[in-house]
Design a protein around this ligand. Structure first.
Ligand SMILES: [Zn+2]
Length: 325
């Protein structure tokens, strides 16, 4: 019988923990993340969420063999720390020790997008594929890499930051401090920024009506409404973002020769095939034909469960490595 494991998705707004027996979910718990609570508050919240998931699953802590957690980077995989997560309000947070001390089991710490991509590779859209790039446009653009059937972590666990590939030397300022990164051009935040700029000059009435000029109020649902209403120049702006996303993917295709690219996250869910088809078309026009040919570009299928499922699978595999049958 498979050992029980816990998968955790730690995000800037919520944390989700699920207890698994093999691929079967036994129980879950979800809590709000409070970025103002500091390291102690985050630790308490995490441990409490895992305990609540164990209660929901009706299992004792002693029955759990390992914990896997997907958390926003950057992280130091060797030390098991989150080195600086502005969304979580902590710096150099010892996330592995925090969970290991509370539950006395091995803990695998992974970048959240890497864990999500791995979840899609094991259980979702990329099942059975050995060479996969995951692309998750949201506040930023996260990436995850499965190469030759294994999650590729890089030297310190931060591989896959494809949102910061520089696309335009004189482009808009990115959150990382560079100019013209892919995520400064094609993330949900970049689209929101440009829609608000249009709203400010009276060119985006649907946006103005709902969000005024507040960039943070522009969510994926509202972006989808601009598209559905066919409101120009908003639609043109979305087409440009999709084209650029495709160019970013083309760069990944040229570098890594994947067989599949999985697009996920709220924006992809809301824009659906419209975005996938445009990004795929742009990728095919910009990547080398010999590599672009045959690359499937598809939507993620696990939704909010991708990270917990991937993190749990990684925890399960770490146990299997420790005690081969
Ligand atoms: Zn950047």
């Amino acid at each position: 019988m498979d050992a029980l494991v816990v998968g955790i998705d730690l995000g800037g707004s919520k944390m989700l923990a699920t207890v698994y027996c093999g691929a079967k979910a036994l129980g879950s718990a979800k809590r709000t993340t409070d970025p103002t609570a500091g390291a102690r508050g985050l630790a308490t919240g995490l441990v409490g969420t895992v305990r609540a998931a164990m209660e929901a699953a009706v299992v004792k802590g002693s029955a759990v063999g390992a914990i896997g957690i997907g958390a926003p980077g950057p992280l130091d995989a060797r030390r098991g720390t989150l080195t600086g997560s502005p969304n979580l309000g902590v710096a150099d947070f010892p996330i592995r020790d925090c969970l290991q001390d509370a539950f006395g089991v091995p803990v695998v710490v992974e970048n959240d997008v890497s864990a999500g991509t791995y979840g899609e590779h094991r259980f979702g859209a990329a099942r059975g594929r050995r060479h996969v790039v995951g692309v998750f446009p949201g506040t930023g653009i996260g990436g995850g890499l499965v190469l030759d059937g294994r999650l590729y972590r890089g030297a310190n666990g931060n591989a896959g930051e494809l949102g910061h590939m520089i696309m335009q030397l004189d482009g808009p300022l990115c959150g990382c401090g560079q100019y013209g990164c892919l995520e400064a051009l094609a993330s949900r935040s970049a689209i929101a920024r440009d829609l608000i700029a249009q709203a400010a000059i009276g060119k985006a009435p649907a946006v103005t009506a709902k969000a005024g000029t507040d960039v943070r109020a522009v969510r994926s649902r509202m972006i989808a409404r601009v598209l559905a209403a066919g409101e120009q120049p908003g639609v043109e702006l979305l087409e440009r973002a999709a084209e650029r996303l495709g160019i970013g993917i083309a760069n990944c295709v040229n570098l890594l020769n994947p067989e599949m690219v999985v697009l996920g996250g709220g924006l992809v869910e809301k824009l659906g095939d419209w975005l996938i088809e445009r990004a795929a078309d742009s990728m095919r026009r910009h990547a080398l034909p010999s590599l672009a040919e045959g690359v499937e570009v598809v939507a993620a299928t696990l939704g909010d469960d991708a990270v917990v499922r991937g993190a749990a699978a990684l925890a399960q595999e770490s146990l299997a490595r420790e005690s081969p049958a």
